[in-house]
Design a protein around this ligand. Structure first.
Ligand code: DGT
Ligand code: CA
Ligand code: CA
Length: 363
């Protein structure tokens, strides 16, 4: 069955989110940092914008290395991660993708697969237009750029979305797959890490074309049957994995537009309680526990505000959810000047109830 699948991945995601709320950052090297609790510059870079990357800054390196590499740029900016804010951006972006999908599969904070076979009638020209339209809509509505790969399966689309980053759109029609893959370096295959690549390099192989000379038996012997067969198929562009309906299950949230814009505590509390109930229902339905609780608003001037806290222990208790949301609301209202238009409640850092009882059984 011929399919058309998109892989959508946002460019330098955390750093780009920071540029969206502070456009003056765009011309500067921007590094988003996970500071450790040891203080000072201890910690690592989560991601950096493309200006910072030119100086060799990348995900995972120590903050102190990044500072050294950017020594000559006195305009370099180092910001702490703000997960709440990035989640809000993720939610908005995913909404646009979902709207344009026959099947939507959430993969992570900044990426998703969508199957669009039906809505484009298996037509690659229409698919290309749809991909461009999604890029435009995301750019216009939330000011983010992303890269999209379009092909007949998840594997090739994933490789294609990475092919022309940032702001890329790469379409690989079935008759172009062979040519496209053969020119690429071995490491573009998802799952082939640095070590595997080095092993192949030592055997004198650099590109996928080189790799194709190895037969499936040799690959199976080297990597085990499962991985060997995967590699054998992947370099030939073969992947039958379907796009599976999947939502972001790392957090649940509910939001409501208030009957009137307000900053009145009693009125907001009433709405907040209802939202807590709705979120709690989802939690129970999915057998989950949560460890972090947040509330968020859209204010009358359409700006956003959010507040969250981490609990000491995971819970699935409604009273606990209400109590904490109520406290967050009180704190938020302390210096609230603008009225609120929409109100939301969110729980995150989820865990399985099942997992919990397993651990108990274990002991
Ligand atoms: P890209 O897609 O190459 O333009 O750049 P990113 O930053 O979007 O990279 P990606 O898609 O691999 O990762 C998405 C986000 O995940 C990224 O903005 C920050 C976070 N992330 C990635 N790698 C690391 C890491 O090593 N440590 C931490 N803390 N976060 C990471
Ligand atoms: Ca990305
Ligand atoms: Ca990603």
């Amino acid at each position: 069955m011929e399919r058309i699948v998109f892989h959508i991945d946002f460019d330098y995601f955390y750093a780009q989110c920071e540029e969206v709320r502070k456009p003056e950052l765009k011309t500067k090297p921007v590094c988003v940092c996970v500071f450790s609790d040891r203080g000072g510059d201890s910690g690592a870079i989560a991601t950096a914008n493309y200006t910072a990357r030119k100086y060799g800054v990348k995900s995972g390196i120590p903050i102190s290395f990044a500072k050294k590499r950017l020594e000559q740029r006195d305009d370099a900016v180092f910001l702490p991660v703000d997960f709440d804010y990035y989640s809000e951006m993720t939610e908005k972006a995913m909404k646009i993708m979902k709207k344009n999908a026959d099947i939507f599969e959430y993969v992570g904070r900044d990426e998703a697969y969508i199957d669009v076979t039906k809505r484009v009638g298996k037509d690659f020209t229409k698919a290309t237009q749809l991909a461009q339209q999604i890029k435009n809509e995301i750019k216009n509505k939330i000011k983010l750029s992303c890269s999209i790969g379009v092909s007949s399966n998840k594997l090739i689309s994933k490789i294609a979305s990475d092919y022309q980053k940032p702001d890329g759109l790469t379409v690989i029609e079935p008759n172009k797959v062979k040519e496209f893959l053969e020119s690429l370096k071995i490491r573009v295959i998802p799952g082939i890490g640095k070590k595997t690549e080095e092993r192949f390099n030592e055997m004198g192989m650099e590109t996928i074309k080189d790799l194709k000379k190895i037969d499936v038996f040799t690959l199976n012997k080297e990597f085990g049957r499962k991985n060997g067969t995967y590699i054998y198929n992947a370099i030939r562009g073969i992947d039958n994995e379907s796009v599976k309906e999947k939502e972001d299950s790392t957090q649940y949230s509910k939001m409501t537009t208030l009957k009137k814009d307000s900053k009145n505590y009693e009125f907001l509390l009433e709405n907040l309680k209802e939202l807590c109930k709705q979120v709690h229902d989802v939690i129970i339905k999915n057998d989950k526990m949560f460890k972090s609780i947040g509330i968020y608003f859209v204010q009358s001037d359409l700006t956003n505000k959010s507040k969250s806290r981490m609990l000491r222990n995971s819970t699935n208790n409604l009273e606990e959810l209400e109590k904490n949301s109520k406290q967050l609301l009180l704190e938020a209202l302390e210096n609230q000047t603008i009225t609120i238009r929409r109100l939301g409640v969110k729980v995150a850092d989820l865990s399985e109830i099942k997992g919990q009882s397993d651990i108990t059984n274990y002991f």
